[in-house]
Design a protein around this ligand. Structure first.
Ligand SMILES: O=C(O)CCC(=O)C(=O)O
Ligand SMILES: [Fe+2]
Length: 300
C-alpha cells in the first residue's frame, strides 16, 4: 500500500488505489440490497436481541437520521457485555445476519472487511509511531477486536437543510476507516470556531477519523473528531465506515508511556465493552438518559 502525498495536505486521507475494485463491488452490491423492497430488507432487520443487520431508524443524539444502514461484524461471532450495568459481568455472543439477496452480498462484505482490517492495522502502526511508541505497541491489544462495519445509504432529499444524514457525533472506536462514493456530505467540526468543514472528495481515498479510545490512550494528544453528514438534494450517497474497536475486556486509560508527573493521566480507567454497549444501544431508540461520553471519566 502506498500512502499518497495527500496526507501532507490533509492527514485524514489515505490514498489506496488497489482497493478500488473492492470498493466498486461493495458499492454495487449495497445498492442492489438497498434497492430491494422494504419488506425484504426487513427480513435481516436488527432488533432488541440482535444489534446487527438492516436498520432504517437510526437516531443520533435522539434525532432520527435520514438514512438506512446495514451493520456487520468484522469477526463473527463477537463477544460483548450483556448489559451496560457495571456490576453485570455477563457476556453475550452477537452474530451477523445476512440477507438472501443479493446472493453475493455476504461474500463481498466479508472480503471487504478482511481487506480494510489490514489497512486498519497499518493505521494503528502509524498512530503508535506518531506518539513515539513502537509500531506494534497496540497490536496485541486488538487480537479479539469487536470492530464492526456499516454500509450507510443516504437517500436524496429535496430539502437538505431540514434533515441530517447523520447528526453530529464522535465515534467511540479507536478510529474509523471510511470509504465513501463521489457524492460527498461528510463534515468535520473545526475546533477553533466551531464551523462545519466539508471533507474534500478524493476518489479512491479512505478517510480516517480518530475516535474516543485513541483520545483516551493518547491522553488528549489526539482528539476524537466531531463530524456529521449532510444529505444531497438530488443524489443518494453510500459510505462504509469500519469502526476499529479493541476487545470488550480492554480497560481504557491513558497509555503509561505517555503519562508522567508533568503530564498526569486525564482519564480514570474504564471498561471498553461497557462503553461500547452503552453507545451502541443508545442509538437504537430514543432515550431519556444522557449518552455516556469519555468526559464522564475525565479526572480534570
Ligand atoms: O457517512 C459518512 O461519511 C460518515 C458516517 C458516520 O459518521 C458514522 O456512521 O459514524
Ligand atoms: Fe461517525
Amino acid at each position: 500500500m502506498e500512502f499518497s502525498t495527500m496526507s501532507e495536505i490533509d492527514p485524514a486521507f489515505i490514498q489506496a488505489p488497489e482497493y478500488r475494485p473492492k470498493l466498486k463491488r461493495i458499492k454495487k452490491t449495497s445498492k442492489e440490497f438497498f434497492d430491494l423492497p422494504l419488506e425484504e430488507k426487513k427480513l435481516a432487520k436488527r432488533d432488541e436481541v440482535n444489534p446487527l443487520g438492516y436498520h432504517d431508524s437510526e437516531h443520533t443524539k435522539n434525532v432520527r437520521d435520514w438514512k438506512e444502514l446495514f451493520d456487520f461484524l468484522a469477526k463473527d461471532p463477537t463477544f460483548v457485555p450483556t448489559s451496560h450495568e457495571s456490576d453485570d459481568p455477563q457476556l453475550r455472543t452477537i452474530r451477523n445476519q445476512w440477507p438472501a439477496h443479493p446472493p453475493e452480498f455476504r461474500d463481498v462484505c466479508e472480503e471487504y472487511a478482511g481487506e480494510v482490517e489490514k489497512l486498519a492495522y497499518k493505521m494503528l502502526e502509524l498512530i503508535s509511531l506518531s506518539i513515539g511508541l513502537p509500531g506494534d505497541h497496540l497490536h496485541s491489544c486488538f487480537k479479539y477486536h469487536i470492530s464492526f462495519l456499516r454500509v450507510n445509504h443516504y437517500p436524496a432529499y429535496p430539502f437538505p437543510e431540514l434533515v441530517l444524514g447523520a447528526g453530529r457525533h464522535k465515534d467511540a472506536s479507536a478510529f474509523t476507516v471510511l470509504a465513501q462514493d463521489e457524492v460527498g456530505g461528510l463534515e468535520v467540526r473545526r475546533k477553533s470556531d466551531g464551523a462545519w468543514i466539508s471533507i474534500k472528495l478524493v476518489p479512491g481515498a479512505f478517510i480516517t477519523n480518530l475516535g474516543d479510545a485513541t483520545q483516551v490512550w493518547s491522553n488528549d494528544r489526539y482528539e476524537s473528531a466531531e463530524h456529521r453528514v449532510v444529505v444531497n438534494f438530488e443524489k443518494e450517497r453510500f459510505s462504509i465506515p469500519f469502526f476499529f474497536y479493541p476487545p470488550h475486556f480492554v480497560m481504557l486509560k491513558p497509555l503509561e508511556e505517555l503519562v508522567n508527573e508533568q503530564n498526569p493521566a486525564r482519564y480514570r480507567e474504564f471498561n471498553l465493552g461497557k462503553f461500547y454497549v452503552s453507545k451502541n444501544r443508545s442509538d437504537f431508540k430514543k432515550r431519556e438518559v444522557e449518552y455516556v461520553q469519555i468526559y464522564h471519566f475525565r479526572i480534570f
